[in-house]
Ligand binder design. Sequence first.
Ligand SMILES: Nc1nc2c(ncn2[C@@H]2O[C@H](COP(=O)(O)OP(=O)(O)O)[C@@H](O)[C@H]2O)c(=O)[nH]1
Ligand SMILES: [Mg+2]
Length: 399
Amino acid sequence: MSTSYRIGLVGKPSVGKSSFFNAATMNDVPEGAYPFTTIDPSVGEAYVRVDCAAPEFNETCTPNVGYCDDGTRFVPTKLVDVAGLIPGAHEGAGLGNQFLSDLNETDVLVHVVDFSGQTDAEGEATEGHDPREDIDFLETELDQWYLDILEKGIERYETGYTTEDDAIEEELAEQMSAFKTSEDEIKRLIRRVDVGFDPEAWDDEERLELAREIRQETKPMVIAANKMDTPEAQTNYDEITSDPDYEHLTIVPCSAHAEKALKSADQADVVDYRPGDDDFEITGDASGEQKQGLEQIRNFLSAYGATGVQAALETALFDVLGVTPVFPGGANGLGNERGEVLPDCYLIPPNSTAEDFAYSLHSDIGDGFLHAIDCRTNRQLGADYVVESRDVLEIITTN
Ligand SMILES: Nc1nc2c(ncn2[C@@H]2O[C@H](COP(=O)(O)OP(=O)(O)O)[C@@H](O)[C@H]2O)c(=O)[nH]1
Ligand SMILES: [Mg+2]
């Protein structure tokens, strides 16, 4: 059993969430330039790329899930189209509550922002809207939501629902358990904002600051600067990526339209395109108009390196969340007893040890853990070894 990550697509209406979702999953979800097309959150399977380890062993892999294309593994991950972000969501307006509970189920967010500035705060058509407003809006909204919950925890602590010697981090970790945080993490964040451990002494600003820290830590986020195929978006992108106030953000230039067009053309055998690549080949008959469209996309790819859909997902999972891809293997050959070669690529939490990895395979394997073997070097690794990206590991157990 491997850990399953959920990447949530968020953003105000009409920024291109459904288009991004469809491009990434090629599922059929209604799209349209009007609010609330997607009432229910849509969950689909997307892929993240991992360089396959099999070629290093002169082997050809046989993936159990996902697929391998010329040395690139496409490892499945869950993608959720979280509709319903509107101003005032945390106060329960509109689809707000549903939005927040769906959000709770995600590990990392891709905030889809319409960089063309052609949708206003409510998702209606406009001109010259500053995408920075949308970035700020979502952050503020999430911070308020966290602050509300933080305040409840502080209140409980102060009114003595807890036993006397309970620490504040214990109360807050419990109150914020939906965010998958821990006492240690809360403690570390309280230290980081440097407010001391007596919540009665925290003023409003300090509470908000702490809420913000906890939010950033438990709900990390990438910004997909979407509609980058428009000149307005390109101008905004240049401006925002050189604005020092937005330096701390991870912004990935993106065209959901381009990704979708290439995948559709690939399925129709008009082009040969591997998702995430920086180029494609025209292999079939294309009309003059279609060719022209494809050449425009080719220009986009050479300017931005890719359509950005794959890049946004991978940046979220690997760079922002720090997930580690690891291959279970055998030191005496990669094949298992069923003749499968490197059938799995697991995505495990950052800083997982060899023993953690064993537990993620199966609790029995974790319980019986003796040591791991690095299949590339045949070196023996102890329980505390921190797994590195693309390790190929065999776990040796007592049973
Ligand atoms: N130019 C351009 N338009 C896009 C792109 N992605 C989405 N759109 C358009 O933006 C509008 C809203 O898209 P949709 O996916 O329904 O947005 P959602 O409300 O956030 O799910 C539609 O007209 C899309 O065709 C893109 O990459 N480039
Ligand atoms: Mg939608």
